[in-house]
Design a binder for this molecule. Structure first.
Ligand SMILES: [Zn+2]
Length: 309
């Protein structure tokens, strides 16, 4: 009796731990969001372009249909900035920002992904001039939508802000603007989870960068990633290592500058990085769906394990 009930318990545990988690993200809508955002019709989503506004609308309507709350009109946090490189002022760029209250905390987790990309540019050898930005960063944006959908049905412990950021390619402008116009004191931010380029890697590796600065997060993430694909790697966060240090490479940079903890999920650069070939056909759907499920599992673990006050 004892041994059989014991084995029943361990069988159950096996199902809960290994099978129980498997694919919680709705993969069809994840992939169709990525496909829509990186389609030629959106022409590379450069800030304030027609395609960028279409992407913005798409995210807005998704957040609205999930019943997310927001601290801004119509989910839009507008901002204006100068691009010194282009000698141009961008007026009324916009982050799309949704919010879910938590069950038991005032400390907020801010999940970010930039939805802008670099638009139309120089033709490649195939005559293609649309820089679709499928991996960079329709992949993070569609993942942000999928995570919001998951948590809108499974309330987190901590409040979560879901911020689709604009102007990243023009100097992390959306992240800077969000922190300047944040609806709570910045001390209330527990953690920034940023996603930028998460849909392909030939070695089956996804990085969680930033644990050099926050070693206490590493054990939580390592545990969450046991038995999961892709392989979760740590690194690209040592100071004074030049290009190999990703600490300022995407929207988690302005959070780091404000001394807010961050974890950045991303892959190493590939041959289509900032080229017209960064298109939907060239992402790896299996890698991508697994990566987003892994990020969800890490987010759930952080939400569970990090302090509430
Ligand atoms: Zn990017």
């Amino acid at each position: 009796m004892i041994s059989s009930s014991k084995s029943l318990v361990s069988l159950l545990l096996f199902f809960i731990t290994s099978v129980g988690f498997c694919q919680k993200i709705e993969s069809n809508s994840l992939l169709s969001d990525l496909k829509f955002l990186s389609a030629d019709e959106l022409k590379g989503r450069k800030t304030l372009s027609e395609g960028n506004l279409k992407a913005r609308k798409h995210i807005q309507s998704k957040f609205e249909s999930m019943g997310l709350k927001t601290h801004y009109n119509d989910f839009l946090q507008h901002f204006t900035f100068e691009s010194s490189r282009e000698g141009k002022t961008y007026e009324r760029a916009a982050n799309v920002v949704g919010f879910l209250p938590g069950l038991d905390s005032r400390k907020i987790i801010v999940i970010t992904a930039h939805y802008d990309h670099i638009g139309i540019g120089r033709k490649d050898s195939k005559g293609d001039s649309i820089y679709n930005g499928a991996d960079d960063n329709a992949s993070g944006t569609a993942a942000l939508i999928a995570l919001a959908a998951y948590f809108s049905k499974n309330q987190p412990q901590h409040p979560i802000m879901f911020a689709a950021l604009d102007g990243e390619e023009l100097g992390l402008q959306g992240a800077k603007a969000l922190l300047k116009d944040f609806p709570f004191p910045l001390e209330n931010i527990l953690l920034n989870i940023n996603m930028d380029m998460i849909s392909r890697n030939e070695n089956g590796e996804l990085y969680a960068s930033g644990t050099y600065y926050h070693p206490e997060l590493k054990a939580i993430l390592t545990n969450a990633a046991v038995g999961m694909k892709p392989t979760l790697k740590f690194g690209h966060d040592l100071p004074d290592t030049g290009k190999d240090n990703w600490t300022q490479s995407s929207d988690h940079g302005p959070f780091f500058d404000q001394k807010i903890k961050h974890i950045y999920f991303g892959v190493e650069d590939h041959e289509d990085y900032h080229r017209p070939g960064d298109s939907f056909e060239n992402i790896n759907p299996d890698f991508y769906v697994n990566a987003v499920n892994l990020i969800l599992k890490c987010t759930l673990a952080l939400d569970e394990k990090l302090p509430n006050q």
